[in-house]
Unconditional design. Structure first.
Length: 118
């Protein structure tokens, strides 16, 4: 497992920190997610998506359905990425963003962390 890149976005006092990892197994992805949860104890949500060959998993981590994990996963597919875990740590800033802006925040964070790798 290898951290390739990070990207931070701030919207209405909420902070979105995107991480891009190269992973070779579900166990590696699970270890990274566990470590992020320990490192970011005060974060409200850590949605993610990964693709390791035919193994696919995504999670909104208690954000509204399909506003976080699915957009991240769709970016992985659109960019033909494999053996990749992309997660976005969200620190809630006290202002609700609404489903549309929330989804765009996750999408933009994940997109930027992918773009910086090219």
């Amino acid at each position: 497992m290898k951290l390739v890149n990070t990207f931070t976005l701030e919207i209405k006092k909420s902070k979105f920190i995107a991480y891009y990892y190269i992973v070779n197994s579900k166990e590696e992805a699970d270890t990274i997610l566990d470590n992020l949860k320990k490192e970011h104890k005060k974060a409200r949500h850590i949605p993610y998506a990964y693709k390791i060959d035919n193994l696919i998993k995504k999670s909104d981590d208690k954000e509204p359905s399909n506003t976080a994990g699915t957009p991240i996963y769709n970016l992985i597919i659109q960019n033909n990425l494999n053996n990749v875990l992309i997660c976005v740590v969200r620190y809630f800033g006290g202002i609700k963003l609404g489903a549309g802006p929330l989804m765009r925040a996750y999408l933009n964070s994940a997109n930027e962390v992918i773009k910086k790798v090219d």
